[in-house]
Design a protein around this ligand. Structure first.
Ligand code: GDP
Ligand code: ZN
Length: 316
């Protein structure tokens, strides 16, 4: 029996797979008895990315798994709620170094207010974000240079996000993406934007749709995989999170929302009133910045939409 610190790399219905990162040597573990947990209202006490203390038997196996005794404090985590109003939250992943939000401007067109929500979500959770603009080959072919330039202007120059243009098809940008993927990373984005294709382009040995962690003898028959981490040959780990959408807006006060738009936070230093909702207040520096082109009107409109929705939920 050894006491070790390890990281949860996969969570199925009944058990966990752990590894002592950066090594990728998986062993099964369960929670038994009293675990010292983080204070949280989550439905799952232990999530992918959690650093845990555990007791590992010398002959660790599925019938003799390690026992998780303590979940160490989380640096950050992202949750999924069943509904916006739900108090119940499921922790998708924790201790994330960076989220890569994959979008496409066409085929399918990702609606920018949706992207803005995801970005706010990451900001609320304290997870640094890089935007991955995938299927760039199709945009170039369609001659959509203006669209690409406008995107860089709004999200790169004005909002300050890192943007990587990629094509899983031609390989453009894949090296840049690979280098940015140090540590534990979330890969997020709606279905069809090319998340699995990107993972395959990054590492041809990884095929997330077919090659789940191949330790079939460690997997019980009735298990459901929630989330799992994939190791990249180049170092770094990816957690594929199709489930992450947007946070429960209820958790935010209306005047807090603008704090999570980096360019609004920056400009709001000049507002006459604090707090300022940047809607009707006189002397609002944010509205001035929108007028003068230092904040994109689209981003500001996304903000107004979120503010309105937030108010609606509060009245219920
Ligand atoms: P996911 O649902 O986000 O995992 O998306 P997939 O990886 O399954 O990709 C959806 C579709 O887009 C597939 O038909 C891919 O071949 C295609 N696709 C993905 N990335 C690119 C790209 O960079 N360029 C082009 N032209 N097609 C892509
Ligand atoms: Zn203001």
């Amino acid at each position: 029996m050894k006491n070790v610190q390890a990281t949860v790399v996969k969570h199925t219905g009944s058990h966990y797979l752990l590894s002592i990162l950066p090594a990728w040597e998986l062993f099964p573990a369960v929670i038994r008895g009293k675990v010292r947990l983080q204070k949280s209202t989550a439905t799952n006490p232990v999530a992918v990315g959690d650093n845990v203390l555990c007791e590992v038997p010398d002959d660790v196996s599925e019938s003799n798994p390690a026992i998780i005794t303590e979940v160490l404090p989380r640096r950050n985590y992202v949750i999924r709620k069943s509904t916006n109003l739900s108090r119940e939250a499921h922790i998708i992943a924790s201790n994330i170094d960076r989220a890569f939000v994959v979008v496409t401007l066409a085929f399918p067109e990702v609606k920018l207010p949706f992207l803005d929500r995801l970005l706010v979500t990451c900001e609320v959770y304290g997870v640094p974000v890089t935007i991955v603009l995938n299927k760039i080959d199709l945009l170039r072919k369609a001659g959509a240079d203006d669209l690409i330039a406008a995107f860089h202007d709004t999200y790169g120059r004005l909002a300050g996000y890192d943007i990587i243009e990629t094509s899983a098809k031609t390989g453009e940008g894949i090296d840049t993406l690979r280098q940015a993927l140090a540590g534990i990373n979330l890969l997020s984005g709606v279905s069809g934007v090319g998340k699995s294709s990107l993972i395959k382009a990054l590492d041809p040995n990884l095929n997330p749709k077919t090659a789940q962690i191949s330790l079939s003898h460690l997997q019980g028959r009735h298990t459901t995989t929630f989330y799992e981490m994939y190791p990249l040959k180049s170092g770094g780990f990816i957690i594929d999170t199709p489930g992450i959408r947007s946070f429960g807006l209820l958790d935010l006060q209306p005047e807090e929302i603008a704090l999570y738009f980096p360019e609004m936070l920056r400009e709001s230093q000049g507002c006459r009133f604090t707090p300022c909702t940047h809607t009707h207040e006189p002397g609002c520096a944010v509205k001035k910045a929108v007028d003068e082109g230092r904040i994109s009107a689209d981003r500001y409109n996304s903000y107004l939409g979120m503010l309105e929705e937030n108010t609606k939920y509060r009245q219920k």
